[in-house]
Design a binder for this molecule. Structure first.
Ligand code: A3P
Ligand code: MG
Length: 257
């Protein structure tokens, strides 16, 4: 295990990136379509610059991988690296929905150890590091009103007699996840972005299956918070925790609970 990281030093940059996104959200922004045919806005790029600059200044020895920045060969990232998604839920953002997030995770030896997720338009900040997770209002700069997050419900997939509260994407669906949701027959709760992981950590829901590959930056920070709160994210249909630094930063289908 590496030395503990003073992750609180990152909160000012997370707040600054959040404030920038809110300005674009209310005042307008440009949208471009990337090579992978997903959208990126001027808000994604502005937040990305704030976060990447801060990470490189604060922790010059730790490489940064970001959806909107650098995607080195994962094999060069043996020890530790940051995974950043400056604006997860870009489609929600463009639709005027408030469920978009700022995401920073730290991966050590292939496992997520730190997750920081801000939800600018809902004034929420979640963070978790090595077994301790917290919620605080995002504008509570002194963290005077932080509270501990700990999952209460030990739900596991297909528990007999249980009808889970299941998180589903608002904007993306795929046939494999839809088939699985039909089998589960739970109460479906549409929530945008990486906020879904936090809605398990805060007890609103208990299960988030995705039988489809996303990118590691989409899930790492939410995973970090959920894991520190006592939950976890597993490769779909297994009890193996999702790891990071895989080829092209593509993560496997997963279940969070
Ligand atoms: N079918 C799909 N194709 C491409 N990207 C997808 C996808 N489904 C989900 N994603 C990615 O997953 C992220 C969260 O989506 P969701 O709200 O559906 O959980 C989005 O990240 P970004 O907004 O950072 O691009 C989106 O790009
Ligand atoms: Mg994303």
């Amino acid at each position: 295990m590496q030395n503990p990281i003073p992750y609180g030093d990152l909160f000012p940059a997370v707040r600054e990136a959040s404030a920038a996104e809110l300005r674009y959200f209310s005042e307008g922004y440009d949208v471009q379509i990337k090579k992978d045919r997903t959208p990126v806005t001027s808000a994604d790029l502005a937040a990305n610059k704030i976060l990447v600059d801060a990470l490189q200044k604060l922790y010059p020895e730790i490489p940064v991988v970001s959806e909107e920045f650098d995607k080195p060969n994962p094999e060069t990232l043996k020890k530790a690296f940051f995974l950043v998604d400056p604006l997860d839920g870009t489609t929600d953002f463009i639709s005027g929905r408030k469920e978009f997030t700022v995401n920073v995770a730290l991966v050590e030896q292939g496992k997520v150890v730190l997750g920081i997720v801000a939800v600018p338009a809902l004034n929420e900040l979640y963070y978790g590091y090595r077994g301790e997770a917290f919620f605080a209002p995002l504008d509570d700069a002194g963290l005077l009103n932080k509270r501990t997050l700990h999952v209460q419900d030990r739900y596991r997939p297909f528990m007999p007699g249980r009808k889970p509260r299941v998180l589903v994407s608002v904007t993306h669906s795929d046939s494999c996840t839809l088939d699985h949701l039909r089998k589960i027959a739970g109460v479906e709760l549409p929530v945008g972005s990486s906020l879904k992981f936090l809605r398990i950590a805060d007890g609103f829901a208990n299960y988030y299956p995705r039988n489809f590959s996303l990118h590691e930056w989409d899930i790492a920070a939410g995973h970090g918070v959920l894991k520190a709160a006592g939950g976890n994210v597993y490769c779909f249909g297994t009890e193996n925790e999702v790891g990071y630094g895989q080829k092209d930063f593509v993560c496997p289908p997963f279940e969070a609970y």
